[in-house]
Design a protein around this ligand. Structure first.
Ligand code: DX5
Ligand code: ZN
Length: 217
């Protein structure tokens, strides 16, 4: 039940009351604040970019975990660092020169993360895992909150855990999409230790209580 980090996703927050929702997270047992940036090109949806990230940072007392679901992320790494990102995660599918992109993130002083879509095998990160701080496993197809959890994720996390034990035992293994109180323990048993949760938190009667439930269940 310990050594698990909870990262509520503000994609499911009320953007008319973003300060209130960030303060709720500040006062909860959450560890990180997950920030989902979508460009309408890499994924079939547009979420938000710099202004919303800056507002989140202005009010947040916890690290911003920025997940870039965009093409050509190299162009915008510095802007997201300046907007307040503590960690920046890019998709392996969007980065032909992934090693260069990861180096650029680290040179900015951010934690570097690499994300995998549901159909992308864990083998794709074998030659980058030793250079990164976190690997994010998508457990839904990226683009929308509130989707159904994909069952193959348990097997992928177990595959990733084996690579991590070989090449980078301290890497964070983050799971993103459809995480809730019914699957978090099984995901942790498979090897994950950072849990993104959007709709399960913000759709709960008390978001703050749900964060505690996810932290301790
Ligand atoms: C999906 C995003 C997720 C999303 C998760 O494309 O990357 O972070 O906010 O939302 P839920 O928890 O509702 O699946
Ligand atoms: Zn995300």
């Amino acid at each position: 039940t310990n050594a698990r980090l909870i990262a509520p996703s503000i994609l499911s927050a009320d953007f008319g009351n973003l300060q209130r929702d960030i303060e709720m997270i500040n006062n909860s047992e959450a560890d990180w604040i997950h920030v989902d940036v979508m460009d309408g090109v890499f994924v079939p949806n547009i979420s938000f970019g710099f202004p919303v990230t800056e507002v989140a940072f202005k009010h947040a007392t916890k690290p911003l975990d920025v997940h870039l679901m965009i093409v050509e992320p190299d162009k915008y790494l510095k802007r997201f660092k300046d907007a307040g990102a503590a960690s920046i995660t890019v998709h392996v599918e969007a980065c032909p020169h992934l090693n260069r992109t990861v180096q650029a993130i680290k040179e900015l002083g951010c934690k570097a993360g690499v994300a995998l879509n549901p159909h992308t095998p864990v083998a794709m990160i074998e030659d980058i895992i030793k250079y990164v701080d976190l690997i994010l496993i998508m457990s839904v197809n990226p683009g929308f909150g509130g989707q159904h959890f994909i069952d193959n994720t348990y097997k992928k996390i177990a595959d990733l855990k084996k690579l991590a034990d070989l090449y980078n035992p301290n890497v964070y293994i983050e799971v993103d999409g459809g995480v809730d109180a019914t699957n978090i323990n099984k995901l942790m048993a498979a090897g994950a230790n950072v849990f993104v949760a959007g709709s399960s938190v913000f759709g709960a009667p008390s978001a703050s209580d749900m964060i505690s439930t996810l932290k301790h269940t």
